[in-house]
Design a protein around this ligand. Sequence first.
Ligand code: MSP
Length: 512
Amino acid sequence: MSDEKHFYLSTPIYYVNDVPHIGHAYTTLACDVLARYKRARGYEVSFLTGTDEHGQKVEKAAQAKGETPLELADRVVKRFQSLWDKLNISNTDFIRTSQERHKLAVQEIFRNIEAKGDIYLGEYEDWYCTPCETFWTETNLLDGNCPDCGRPTDKLKEESYFFRMSKYQEQLLAHIEANPDFIQPKSRRNEILSFIREGLRDLSISRTTFSWGIPVPGNDKHVIYVWFDALTNYISALGYPNDNDGEFSKFWPCDVHVIGKDILRFHTVYWPTFLMAAGIPLPEKVFAHGWWTVEGQKMSKSLANVVEPNMLIDKYGVDAIRYFLLREVPFGLDGDFSHTALVHRINSDLANDLGNLVSRSTAMLNKYFEGELTSPGETTDIDKVLQDKFTKQVKVIDGHMEALAFNKALQSIWELVGAANKYIDDSAPWTLAKEDAQRERLGSVMYNLLEAVRMIGLLVTPFMPETGANIGKILGVDPADQLLEDHDSWGLLKPGTIIEKATPLFPRIETE
Ligand code: MSP
């Protein structure tokens, strides 16, 4: 980590030729959970997202709609921003590559690398896939088509500026070898290592065949290649080449760029070599997650199976969607979205396990003590088991969060939910309530239960901020004021607190 109490993380910036779908929401959501967790651990967090607005793909999409590229971008950017609001995304900045601050940074890094002699003018002749904005050599092509998306490619010959990427091959290999965590997960790291070992070519970083982009400084016949432009967003947002009141020096190098597996090479080969050439330190980590299919099929407009996040949130609630996306699939692997799996998770994990725990605990406290928490008495063996489990598990969860293993973190939190539900069964409050002599013991059981609920509420907050806030409200503690860092030890609920009977947190979804 670059600095102990600062944390900088980024999503990819999204192309504006498409409207947001569940895949985009996934990357942004994962970053949001990590950002919230880090804040809860006392870090000052810079969390960047934004839109990638230049390039031929966007220019063509705008033409097809009879708009200027900027009109298209202005329209689509609102779709992204309103979805992020609706998903409760807590980004601290939103960068658009059409902004002046970005243009300045891109031209500056270009100039900087050129001044060092690592950019030169040459001629390009290769096969270009416009949908992927990627050049391929003849041998890369599959039956003449793009090896990534399978669509036709065009032969392009043009004057172009080149970046001496080949020069950085050994330095990049050495960096990846010396920093085993730089590329995650491990399988992705191996993929990139073998790609680099096959040899890096110099990279064409300008185009002359269209104009929607940032002009090359001193030669505006050329616009800068969209990936050179887009990757720079991670530093332009911090004010590069200036320090923006200390932001650049505070937050760079970035702690983690979270991306999808399809854009790994750009982030772990192109971006680090650009930075090396410019003399800027490399990000600490690049984490590539997997891809979602939908009901077993690739998501695509032609199959009309694109999952629209707004509709899902309206139907199931924002926290249920946030929970499902991060619980269902290990971060880093591919996964499948299905309505059956979603409804199953909501009913079993949320309504049944968590929702019932909160309803039962608060209902019993009201039934037996009119809602007033009493001081816990002597600690029995089963109390000790519960407390130890919570204390240990907080550390386990922290380890999972550090590793971006969101599904494991949730699994571990749900083990606590399970332990608390089991504690109810084992301590059988309904039996204790029958005997006056057990009154103090009953009070202790209630205290422990609600303390378990409090800790679970804090732990779920980064994943489900509304649910965390609801649980806090029920217990009379404001999670916004309760940093996990200072409140993750057992026994912090105050005896004497009045806790009302909770309404169900998650209604069950009826299925046929
Ligand atoms: N503009 C580039 C990124 C530039 S970053 C300097 C881009 N944009 S994108 O809009 O096409 O994709 C953005 C992200 O969405 C990628 O990380 C991609 O992996 C992710 N996803 C797009 N479809 C997805 C799924 N079906 N499943 C999971 N994530 C997917 O690439």
